[in-house]
Design a binder for this molecule. Structure first.
Ligand code: 0L1
Ligand code: MG
Length: 254
């Protein structure tokens, strides 16, 4: 088995068993291209088990997130249907290694979008926008990684919750966003923290996916990235995100 396949299997196994693994470092560290290849191989394993591709997530699209994890490049990962948590649903904390939640905005694509586009062209391909929460869970020890590690680990993608769908004509630039735990505000920010405007995350998604020969398809979900740092999850929490103008979404941990 190749080095990339061995890594994909290790990451997939770590996610399935909620067991952390060491980072790849030194001579074993992955280049960006190798890391995206590992990510694709690990997702193939999920698809072979019957999961379906649901879309993509953009990672590290805000300064708060870059500072939290010490990596300063926008990255992307893949979402599958099995990662979706129903609005108001619950997750078992022990199915994850060290999960965190972060407030996001999601796009649902109405049309195909590929390559370099303007923000207006990107938004014209969107069917709807929603408030969202992403659940991330690094498969690495102590939630620490270098750029190649986190890309290979599908950019820590572990789950997502979507709220009601709204028209893409709604203003989503500079909207207040917050994350509450048990009714207490834990993180507060603005959608402007997401690359200046969440539409720019969609522009980046389209351009970056094209470098891997991919395009956004109708029905794909795209998480734009978090507006704030992520909050660690423990059992018995009620987690809620509100985005001004888009409403709220929540889930619970047991
Ligand atoms: O969605 C994100 O911004 C996460 C990207 C990977 C870094 C992390 O695990 O926080
Ligand atoms: Mg995120």
């Amino acid at each position: 088995m190749s080095k990339l396949n061995i890594a994909a299997e290790a990451l997939d196994h770590a996610a399935q068993t909620a067991t952390d693994i060491p980072q790849w470092s030194g001579a074993d560290a992955f280049s960006v291209d190798e890391a995206y290849a590992v990510q694709a191989l690990s997702i193939e394993r999920r698809l072979a088990r019957g999961e379906r591709l649901a879309g993509y997530k953009m990672g590290l699209t805000s300064r708060a997130k870059m500072a939290q994890v010490g990596v300063d490049t926008v990255i992307w990962g893949r979402l599958t249907d099995a990662m979706r948590v129903a609005e108001g649903g619950e997750i078992a904390r022990d199915r994850y290694i060290h999960p965190r939640a972060e407030p996001e905005i999601a796009f649902v694509m109405g049309r195909r979008l590929e390559g370099r586009v303007s923000p207006a062209e990107a938004m014209a391909a969107v069917d709807s926008v929603c408030v969202a929460i992403e659940i991330i869970d690094s498969r690495y020890k102590n939630f620490q990684f270098a750029l190649g590690d986190v890309i290979a680990d599908n950019t820590s993608a572990a789950g997502f919750v979507l709220g009601d769908r709204h028209s893409p004509t709604l203003d989503i630039g500079n909207r207040g966003m917050l994350l509450e735990v048990d009714g207490t505000v834990r993180e507060i920010g603005s959608s402007a923290a997401i690359l200046g405007h969440p539409a720019r995350a969609l522009v980046e998604a389209s351009a970056l996916l094209a470098t891997s020969g991919l395009a956004l398809q109708p029905g794909d979900i795209v998480l734009a990235g978090a507006a704030t740092a992520a909050v660690p999850l423990s059992p018995g929490m009620s987690v809620r995100t509100v985005v001004e103008g888009l409403g709220a979404v929540h889930f619970r941990t047991v």
